[in-house]
Design a binder for this molecule. Structure first.
Ligand SMILES: C[S@@+](CC[C@H](N)C(=O)[O-])C[C@H]1O[C@@H](n2cnc3c(N)ncnc32)[C@H](O)[C@@H]1O
Length: 244
């Protein structure tokens, strides 16, 4: 959109094509993750979610201490939330539609000595199938890609995105056992906090369940919001509890 040419490569220090070392390891909320800085999504990892992965670990530990057993991470990418749920003691299932991302997530689980049931699946289909099969989870994480993107035409694109968020969250709430915790995110700057909250209220209403808001968070402190630039407050990460 800004007229920049697309290029993918190592600029500094300059390295001949194919020779640059772009596979890196880094720590995320105490887990060791591997990413290819050139080949993988985003900048390699969703670093804006690191503090929320740590938060998920704490909730998973609490849920497990309270007798909860199972967790689900619906858009897992390299497993950031799924590994946190597993480290917290929950038997965890996770999906992503990208086979490359799931390959990396499996490797990351291995690196951390964790067992997670990673599946290459469309999350909408998986949530629907799990609900139909009567499965329930004690903790669910929903962190889809930006469903309302910059550059898409106007209010109708935002309304369509809100409908998709509602479907995901309604299914997420229905899959929760009573007392279960839902961590739900949106990285669409065009869906503001108030709209996100209203969408969740509608989903809770349709799920027929009393739902409490435990925390409203955003990106980590290394992604500060710049006053006057609302786009920098793009990430919502809310923690809800299905009370009954
Ligand atoms: C925002 S990223 C998830 C980041 C991840 N939760 C984390 O904390 O690192 C969204 C992910 O959703 C995946 N994705 C997009 N559409 C999907 C779909 N319909 N079903 C499953 N995964 C999807 C993308 O491949 C991407 O990995």
């Amino acid at each position: 959109m800004e007229g920049l040419s697309r290029r993918r490569g190592v600029l500094l220090p300059a390295a001949p094509a194919g020779e640059a070392q772009t596979l890196v390891r880094y720590h995320d909320a105490g887990a060791l993750l591997e990413a290819d800085l050139l080949a993988d999504g985003k900048t390699g990892g969703f670093l804006d979610q690191q503090e929320n992965h740590a938060l998920a670990l704490g909730y998973a530990q609490g849920v497990a201490e309270g007798g909860g057993r199972t967790g689900l991470d619906a858009f897992t990418y390299h497993g950031g939330f799924a590994l946190a749920l597993a480290r917290g003691g929950l038997e965890t299932m996770a999906c992503d539609e990208s086979a490359a991302a799931i390959g990396r997530a499996r490797r990351n689980a291995e690196l951390n000595g964790l067992a997670v049931d990673f599946q290459v699946r469309n999350a909408f289909d998986l949530l629907r199938a799990l609900e139909a099969s009567g499965r329930r989870f004690d903790m669910v994480v929903i962190d889809p890609p930006a469903l309302a993107k910059r550059g898409q035409a106007g209010a109708s694109a935002v309304a369509a995105a809100v409908r998709a968020y509602k479907e995901l969250n309604l299914r997420g709430l229905r899959l929760l056992s009573p007392g279960g915790v839902l961590i739900t995110c949106s990285c669409s700057a065009r869906v503001g906090g108030a709209e996100f909250g209203a969408m969740l209220e509608a989903a809770a209403h349709d799920a027929g369940a009393p739902v409490q808001v435990l925390e409203r968070r955003g990106a980590g402190r290394d992604h500060p919001v710049l006053l006057g630039v609302p786009e920098t407050e793009y990430l919502k990460c809310w923690v809800l509890r299905r009370a009954l």
